[in-house]
Design a protein around this ligand. Structure first.
Ligand SMILES: [Ca+2]
Length: 543
């Protein structure tokens, strides 16, 4: 549908003065004599007075009927359809009901809705969006109108259930039946901002890297060294991630080890909200006498150490860290399927069987991306895509429509909480995609940017860290090389550029990739980076 608007003399029908706008162009005096005759004809058929709406209709019909006539400036008329005239006696036929209403929480305070458009004998002019609050609610009230088949709601309450339904209307105010009802639950409220930033952040500018003094994780080594060829340095060097409890800005290393490198499944923590952060061990490792080779749980019932890759995530609603698969302590190598977890406040691991296993196709260097509004975790591996549903503690293989990644080993992924979609990027696959939660669809994306070298660097990044920072509406990418370079990606256009930083020249390269060792810490407005075992933890403000 395009718009055609009479801008002059709609009733005088004076060829010399009549003019209309088609899109942004102004056409004056275009075959107005012919239009005049047609207008009179329509009026005779339909009755009623001369009107600008009827005249617009006549002009549009004329142009379309002519199959693209040349307009006064020599250009072709646009093609398309226009609103047909209402039936004699007025339009009494309502639009068809909207179908396939899908809704997804948009962070703590919003929702994103989409649905299949209605049709009408004349034209759908809009939609009325209704909402009710509370699990199982039934008292809907209109909260908005929408001109097309999608709507972004805002101003909601955190950690609250809402239901939506939609109906269509036409110009005669005929209302369709309601769509299906779609339910969402908003995310828990984000942590309150710190009233005072920790003193180590004093004077830190946006983009300025800072090595937090005396924060080598080697300072928290277990009293008795767990078995393994490489010792506790493996927590950082052996294909591992760290994870942040975003409620209190504490960084954790959880059961990082794996293969023959290191058997230790200790938990270490670094509190960034104190004046002088320092690593400490909060849970000692399983004693060497209790180790079991190539098992997902040791003899003491606690999960084995592993290369966690990207499979270490924060589950706020469950007060847990989740451990998805990985390469466990095992002389034979191999990938493992169990999902394990650690209870943060209780400082205990959960026993075997607390969670389902990953389907075997999700073993390996799978990408995992957390949806903070639900706690669900989206998983992408070679040719497969799935979701761990936090509320039901089930893992489901999803089969999105659209063009999906065909090889994503060691790809990075993160959720754009503003748009409700997961970006899957880099790694071994030659293509890049996003996944839209509300519609269960993949779309192929193309990275762009003014500096092709930046685009190439991001496109080819395997084992890299990807975070989404809603406060600046940017993805940030950290690769494994030395120095302070951070890339940013515009999540709407996929434009890649450098996020300007200073003072990062002495940041060391990582061994075996950053994975999620570059992590956003919302209460501090920056990202932590743990590239080294014997060196300090780095931090960069990003907002
Ligand atoms: Ca109608």
């Amino acid at each position: 549908m395009f718009s055609l608007v009479l801008v002059e003399s709609p009733h005088a029908l004076n060829t010399a003065h009549a003019a209309f706008k088609w899109g942004a162009r102004l056409y004056e005096g275009y075959d107005m004599a012919h239009v005049h005759q047609l207008h009179k004809g329509y009026r005779n058929i339909l009755g009623g007075a001369y009107s600008s709406a009827l005249l617009s209709l006549v002009i549009a019909s004329l142009l379309i009927a002519c199959g693209g006539p040349t307009l006064p400036d020599g250009s072709a008329a646009p093609t398309g359809t226009t609103t047909p005239p209402p039936p004699p006696g007025g339009d009494t036929t309502p639009p068809t009901p909207p179908s396939g209403l899908a809704a997804a929480a948009n962070g703590s305070f919003g929702a994103i809705l989409s649905w299949a458009a209605s049709t009408d004998n004349v034209a759908v002019t809009g939609y009325k969006v209704e909402r009710c609050q509370g699990a199982g609610c039934a008292t809907f009230a209109q909260v908005a109108t929408a001109g097309s088949a999608s709507f972004t709601d805002s101003g909601l309450t955190a950690a609250t259930s809402y239901s939506y339904r939609v109906r269509a209307t036409d110009a005669a105010a005929n209302l369709s039946a309601f769509s299906n009802i779609a339910n969402i639950t908003t995310a828990v409220a984000p942590p309150p901002p710190l009233p005072n930033l920790p003193v180590w952040m004093t004077g830190l500018a946006i983009g300025q890297w800072f090595a937090i003094p005396n924060t080598s994780i080697s300072s928290a080594d277990p009293a008795t060294t767990p078995n393994g060829n490489w010792g506790p340095q493996s927590k950082i060097f052996a294909w591992n991630s760290v994870v942040v409890d975003t409620r209190n800005s504490k960084v954790y290393s959880v059961a990082g080890g794996g293969h023959q490198d290191y058997s230790g499944n200790e938990v270490d923590v670094l509190d960034l909200e104190v004046a002088i952060p320092a690593w400490s061990q909060v849970l000692a490792p399983t004693p060497n006498s209790q180790l079991l080779d190539c098992q997902s749980y040791y003899a003491d019932g606690r999960p084995a150490s592993r290369h966690s890759y990207y499979g270490l995530t924060f589950s706020e609603a469950n007060d847990r860290f989740m451990l998805f698969g990985g390469a466990h302590w095992c002389s034979l190598g191999n990938f493992f399927a169990p999902i394990s977890s650690y209870n943060i406040t209780a400082n205990t691991y959960n026993p075997s069987g607390t969670h389902p296993d990953l389907p075997s196709a999700f073993k390996g260097t799978t990408s995992f991306a957390l949806d903070p509004s639900t706690g669900d975790v989206y998983a992408a591996n070679n040719f497969v895509f799935g979701r761990w549903n936090r509320a039901s503690n089930t893992f489901t293989t999803l089969n999105p429509t659209g063009s999906g990644p065909n090889s994503v080993g060691e790809a990075m992924s993160a959720m754009d909480t503003t748009r409700g979609r997961v970006l899957i990027l880099g790694g071994q696959g030659p293509t890049h995609h996003h996944y839209t939660l509300s519609s269960n669809t993949f779309a192929s994306i193309t990275l762009t940017g003014g500096n092709p070298a930046d685009v190439t660097a991001v496109a080819n990044a395997g084992q890299a860290s990807l975070v989404y920072v809603a406060a600046i509406d940017r993805y940030l990418v950290r690769r494994g090389g030395a120095g302070g370079t951070v890339y940013q990606i515009n999540p709407a256009t996929f434009d890649v550029s450098i996020f300007a930083t200073t003072n990062g020249g002495s940041i060391p390269g990582t061994q075996n990739g950053p994975y999620n060792k570059f992590v956003y810490v919302p209460r501090l407005g920056g990202c932590i980076y743990v590239p080294d075992y014997g060196g300090n933890v780095w931090f960069v403000r990003v907002q």
